[in-house]
Ligand binder design. Structure first.
Ligand SMILES: [Zn+2]
Ligand SMILES: [Zn+2]
Length: 404
């Protein structure tokens, strides 16, 4: 997968904080049915059913390679713990990786990560993956000691410059009680005083502030997605399907697929904060059969080149654009599985003439845009008509995002 591991002074979020935030975002991945979707928080153990499942909380996870590149993201699903599933699926790639988890892992996941050669683990100070037994704490500690795992426990730090005020959200047509409800849902999921009892005074205050900023950031992304619709682009409407086949992915009509699409677009939006210019940045996610195979955002191919352009004036900006590796290019180059044939790409902007043929040749058939598919003029020698032409030809089925 992706991406830039370079550190910059003016970024709203560090790479490590972004990876941890993504792990937490993946824990909030929509459940399979509408019923499960609305009752994610209500999975207490009942006397006679689902005991194994309810012993563990859902966990979101991110694996990052030694070079700082994001390798994979996933979450607990299909009865498999998120981290355990990811380690097994990518068994030949995980040695030397760091894991960013939405919760402290259970002993089962911890033993697998030690055995797989993961070297660092980060998670926020929230309730752990396991419930009910204090012995689990000791077991995880023994495993982490044995594996010489580097541990970091913190909430992702999102700078306030990155956040917009409630007033600005209200001006966009979002209601105050929607903002409150969304913040409350994230807080109820992750804020837990018991998990913070070892903290005191200023460190507790700092933790609380970090958490509040994260909650606001998630809420802003959530609400912008909630107030938008995904619909089939007019350019795709004329495309007919062979007899007996249906659309592989239909976020316009299928509730669950709409939720997945929005969640993946939200993830793509988050990564934009790691691009050199978040205002013009692009993020994308490639998914196939519910597996995320790549997350990419645009950036320079090397730190040396990036530094050359640090002092460029606004008038000279087009000098640096030819050096950008685009989000789709990063995702396709760094993907964790070779075969993305028939896959879906979720991308925040319209693919350009450089990226369109790459997406096509990789066999990706569905493109979900976080923007309307409209004509945009050529800029910095990038042409966007090529993509529209391919959509009209039926190379891709394209869904666009429109605000309601
Ligand atoms: Zn586990
Ligand atoms: Zn491009």
């Amino acid at each position: 997968m992706s991406n830039q591991s370079t550190r910059r002074v003016n970024t709203g979020i560090t790479a490590e904080s972004l990876y941890l935030a993504v792990a937490m975002w993946m824990e909030m991945f929509p459940e399979l049915t509408e019923e499960q979707f609305s009752s994610v928080e209500n999975r207490e153990t009942t006397a006679d059913s689902g005991k194994m499942k309810d012993l563990y909380r859902k966990v979101g996870c991110v694996l990052v390679q030694e070079n700082g590149r994001l390798l994979a993201v996933d979450h607990s699903r299909d009865g498999v713990h998120g981290l355990a599933g990811l380690l097994v699926k990518l068994h030949d790639r995980v040695k030397g990786c760091s894991a960013f988890l939405s919760r402290k892992p259970c002993p089962y996941c911890a033993k697998l990560l030690v055995q797989a050669g993961v070297t660092g683990v980060s998670y926020p100070p929230v309730e752990p993956e396991y419930r009910y037994t204090t012995k689990e704490d000791d077991r995880v500690r023994v495993l982490f000691d044995a594996g010489q795992i580097t541990l970091s426990v913190y909430f992702p730090q999102v700078k306030t410059e990155l956040l917009i005020s409630d007033q600005e959200l209200v001006a966009k047509g979002i209601l105050m009680n929607e903002i409150r409800d969304s913040c409350r849902l994230v807080s109820e999921r992750f804020w837990n005083e018991e998990s913070l009892r070892w903290m005191t005074g200023s460190s507790l205050e700092q933790t609380y502030n970090d958490f509040q900023n994260l909650v606001k950031w998630f809420t802003q992304i959530n609400l912008s997605l909630k107030h938008s619709k995904l619909k089939l682009s007019a350019h795709s409407e004329g495309i007919s399907f062979p007899e007996g086949t249906t659309r592989a992915f239909d976020p316009e009509h299928n509730f669950h697929e709409e939720q997945i699409a929005k969640h993946m677009l939200g993830l793509a939006m988050m990564t934009i904060q790691r691009t050199v210019e978040p205002n013009t940045g692009v993020g994308c996610v490639i998914m196939k059969n519910n597996d995320v195979m790549a997350v990419g955002w645009n950036g320079f191919p090397s730190k040396v080149i990036e530094e050359e352009f640090h002092d460029l004036s606004d008038q000279e900006r087009d000098k640096k654009y030819p050096f950008f590796v685009h989000a789709e290019q990063n995702a396709l180059l760094m993907r964790n599985k070779t075969n993305v044939n028939g896959g879906i790409i979720f991308v925040t902007k319209i693919p350009c003439h450089e990226c369109t043929p790459l997406v096509k040749v990789a066999g990706i058939e569905t493109v979900v845009l976080a923007t309307p598919l409209k004509s945009i003029k050529e800029i910095y020698r990038l042409n966007y008509e090529v993509f529209q032409e391919e959509v009209k030809k039926g190379t891709f089925l394209c869904y666009e995002m429109v605000t309601d």
